[in-house]
Design a protein around this ligand. Structure first.
Ligand code: PMM
Length: 288
């Protein structure tokens, strides 16, 4: 089974990963359409940055940012997910055509989220979360990070079921970078099969995250003579690292990966699936 690629469309002025270039609604729509043309199966539209240390955004402002983008992308036929922790934004986005609610807080930030989604036929992605981004590292204390993440997500799946959302409509996400320090993220990724064993579809988001930057360092990889092409930029290196972690997540059983650079990750997934003998990938022009 081929891995679903969720392309990221951040509509925030302070996104750490796209420098806020897509705050402009038309530019965000164009970006989303480009990601879809590159091979994204889903487009994840978000209007609130969750970068470490960031403050919450008022839902009215969040909706002003995301709703025109959701509406336009859905009208173009894209499958859209809405990246929000607010029930009111989730409902408004579903009204505008979103089919999945991507709540990095797993329904914890807004007590009305699970009931709101239950009242619709949308799916929900529940992220592992221990508290707002403003001070999330203060809560990065675990006995056994894999066991704790799986246990806490099990509770969120149960809470969703109690609110009326059956497991078939639920996706779980280990929340890479959310309340987890560098090495803890690698532990969680290594333990991914234990989360996959839980049952619901698993979504993994490593794209351009700080733990990858920490792993790669900021130094130029090799000294290059001036006549040689410039070495890859930090972002290109993070995108390559994202493609590798996304392939490994897919091999560990992830249903979907959430990425900024769709084409690099798609290339990497294609190569990995050819290695595994997936015949659908043998033709360059064949559909995914
Ligand atoms: N990470 C970010 C935002 N939304 N959603 C899910 N499901 N999983 C993630 O890991 C995740 C997310 C933060 O990254 P960004 O600001 O680069 O989008």
């Amino acid at each position: 089974m081929s891995t679903v690629i969720m392309g990221i469309v951040n509509v925030t002025p302070d996104s750490f990963s796209d420098g806020g270039r897509y705050l402009d609604v038309d530019a965000a729509i164009a970006h989303g359409l480009r990601l879809r043309a590159e091979g994204a199966d889903l487009l994840d539209v978000g209007g609130e940055s969750t970068r470490p240390g960031s403050e919450r955004v008022d839902p009215a402002l969040e909706q002003e940012r995301v709703l025109p983008v959701v509406r336009a992308l859905a009208r173009e036929g894209a499958v859209v997910s809405i990246d929000t922790m607010n029930a009111s934004t989730a409902l408004a986005a579903i009204g505008a055509g979103a089919r999945i609610v991507n709540d990095v807080s797993g329904g914890l930030a807004d007590a009305g989220m699970l009931a709101a989604v239950a009242s619709t036929d949308a799916d929900i992605a529940l992220g592992h979360w221990r508290g707002p981004s403003a001070d999330m590292y203060a809560r990065a204390e675990y006995d056994d990070v894999v066991r704790d993440v799986v246990g806490e997500l099990t509770d969120r799946v149960a809470a969703a079921a109690a609110a009326g959302i059956p497991p078939a409509r639920v996706i779980v996400d280990p929340g890479i970078g959310f309340g987890k320090r560098g090495a803890q993220n690698w532990d969680v990724l290594r333990g991914l099969p234990r989360l996959v064993a839980l049952g619901p579809r698993v979504l993994v988001g490593t794209s351009r995250k700080r733990f990858l930057e920490d792993a790669l360092g900021t130094a130029t990889p090799v000294s290059t003579p001036p006549t040689v092409a410039a070495p890859r930029s930090g972002q290109e290196r993070r995108d390559l690292a994202t493609a590798v972690t996304s392939v490994l997540a897919a091999q560990a059983g992830a249903w979907a990966v959430r990425v900024h650079d769709v084409s690099t990750t798609l290339d990497a997934l294609r190569v990995a699936q050819l290695w595994q003998g997936d015949a659908r990938w043998t033709s360059q022009t064949g559909s995914r």
